[in-house]
Design a protein around this ligand. Structure first.
Ligand code: HEM
Length: 531
């Protein structure tokens, strides 16, 4: 049979296309993709949101380009939109969505919308590329959220001592004993280790909390999710399934979930079988997230493998967020050393009144108002993300001024632009570590302006019924770690006096993971009296 395929050079000029080879030739595919792209750009102009859009050079600019611009310059783009549209909605283009950015006047409206209308969970899963990163499990139930709200937060007082014990253990295991010699550390890694240990103690209890395999799972799962996320976000959604096949971070993330199940499912079964035999657990053994989840799970939420998976997801929500905040605080304290002595003085005052550190419980940590203020100011300068209060609209919703948020829209608040607006924070460019401490001195404001307090213009933890349910735990955990470190150690930058610059990708901000600082132990008389 004669070969009917035309030579390649001929096939370019052949029109109309008449063979399968020609239809699948590279030029035909490029023409098709280009045509579809133009069509989708025109359709998105006709049917897309009518709000001003920032971060694009023209409506016809390929999404990949606008998306890459957001990856590099998210902060500028959001600030530009915020300033230009003061008090109004604007949008920016991400590969996965044209996101609507709302002014803070709508915070109250958004907080009042039920989750069945404006879903935070669907938005988190979408933002975290849930189906590629194993985060989609939180769509199945809100057990993790309930456990934090109903069990962890009300029991923080009884959790203080185990957290302190874990910090003591980490100090002995990881830190120098030398009072003379300066030792180099990378705070990102040292503090990650501390936060992971303290969190594990509260998430699992003893002895599992010290299992090196769990410590690896709980920290490395998140690192891999973020590698996948930052990379995948550069490409259109429809490529993700394909790209997943080639990303080692995706395989590793899944392997960590598997490993967590291997570790935790037998533990869940052990606890269940002891309970079935009538074993009465001492209070301390019952006070951990895993046991609490098992206790309040409905029958449909009780699958051991799903509970193990949720523990991993909780590690993602809690460990790096708290660790980053603590690392930023440390960098900011080194960059503004004038705050260190007043903070230490406050700690000494609590010791003088309440006794040695290991006798403290939550109220003693709550009295560290200067430290609390410094943490909040450090978070204002270094928020983990420029956007918060993400919601995906599951139904149309009418806001108080009649504005309609349409079904399918992804909305968020520009947390960083808001808290750096001089109308919200006077002299926002000034790092004032005791800004919130001073505000709390005002009559009737003693309980406001705390690190864990959300306000309609301070949205690092969100605001309203869906605000971060772990923020009270995070506040306590960071304080416990910092008090011990600041009282027992001196720190200085290894190179110069400049704070290590943050890393930025998309809307996320990370402390520099490779920055090195020097530390040495303070003389015994100046350290924290432990017992
Ligand atoms: C400084 C540390 C932390 C920051 C900045 C932070 C921030 C946030 C933010 C912005 C949200 C979304 C709120 C919204 O949708 O409006 C959130 C949700 C959440 N956070 Fe945190 N968080 C921190 C620590 C923690 C800790 C320690 C835990 C656990 C003990 C935790 C568990 C969660 C959970 C379970 C959710 C809800 C996820 C869902 O909707 O299913 N977070 N957090």
């Amino acid at each position: 049979m004669a070969n009917t395929t035309l030579p390649l050079s001929t096939s370019y000029s052949a029109f109309p296309l008449s063979s399968l080879e020609e239809l699948t030739s590279p030029w035909a595919i490029i023409a098709l993709v280009g045509g579809l792209y133009m069509l989708s750009s025109i359709l998105s102009q006709i049917f897309g949101y009518k709000y001003p859009i920032f971060g694009i050079s023209s409506q016809l600019e390929p999404i990949v380009v606008s998306n890459f611009r957001f990856f590099r310059r998210a902060e500028d783009i959001l600030n530009e939109g915020y300033q230009a549209c003061k008090g109004k909605i604007f949008q920016f283009r991400r590969a996965d969505t044209d996101m609507l950015v709302l002014p803070y006047k709508y915070v109250e409206d958004i907080r009042k919308l039920p989750n069945s209308v404006a879903s935070p969970t669907v938005a988190h899963v979408h933002n975290l590329m849930g189906s590629s990163t194993n985060m989609h499990i939180i769509l199945r139930s809100n057990l993790h959220f309930r456990t934090l709200q109903l069990k962890l937060t009300p029991n923080l007082n009884s959790l203080t001592r185990p957290m302190q014990e874990e910090v003591n253990f980490a100090v002995e295991k990881e830190l120098t004993e030398s009072e003379d010699e300066w030792v180099t550390i990378k705070p990102y890694h040292t503090i990650l280790d501390f936060v992971a240990r303290v969190s594990a103690r509260i998430f699992l209890g003893k002895p599992l909390c010290r299992d090196p395999e769990w410590l690896e799972v709980s920290t490395q799962f998140t690192e891999n999710v973020f590698v996948s996320l930052v990379f995948l976000r550069l490409f259109p959604m429809w490529t993700h399934g394909f790209l997943n096949w080639f990303m080692p971070s995706s395989y590793k993330g899944t392997a960590y979930v598997r490993k967590a199940k291997k570790l935790l499912v037998p533990e869940i079964n052990r606890r269940r079988s002891l309970e079935a035999q009538g074993h009465v657990f001492p209070e301390e053994e019952k006070h951990n997230l895993l046991s609490w989840m098992m206790e309040i799970a409905t029958p449909s939420e009780s699958d051991a493998s799903a509970l193990a998976h949720l523990e991993v997801v909780m590690s993602l929500a809690s460990i790096h967020t708290s660790q980053m905040n603590a690392v930023h605080c440390l960098y900011d304290l080194l960059a503004h050393p004038e705050y260190l002595e007043p903070i230490r003085e406050e700690i000494r005052a609590v010791v003088a009144e309440a006794g040695p550190w290991m006798t403290w419980s939550k109220p003693q940590f709550s009295r560290l108002r200067r430290l609390d203020s410094f943490m909040r100011e450090s978070q204002r300068f270094n928020p983990p993300t420029l956007l918060s209060m993400h919601r995906v609209m599951l139904q149309d919703a009418k806001l108080s001024d009649g504005t309609i948020l349409p079904k399918g829209a992804h909305i968020s608040m520009p947390v960083n632009s808001i808290q750096n607006d001089p109308e919200v924070t006077p002299e926002p460019e000034k790092f004032d570590g005791f800004r919130y401490y001073n505000l709390r001195q005002n009559e009737g404001q003693g309980h406001l302006h705390q690190f864990s307090t959300t306000q309609d213009r301070i949205l690092n933890f969100g605001h309203g019924p869906n605000a971060c349910p772990g923020r009270f735990f995070a506040s306590l955990e960071i304080k416990i770690i910092l008090v011990r470190l600041l009282m027992d150690y001196e720190f200085k930058f290894k190179h110069g006096n400049e704070r290590p610059a943050n890393l930025r990708a998309h809307e996320f901000i990370f402390p520099n993971p490779d920055a090195e600082i020097l530390m040495r132990r303070r003389p015994a008389a100046e350290r924290l009296p432990l017992y």
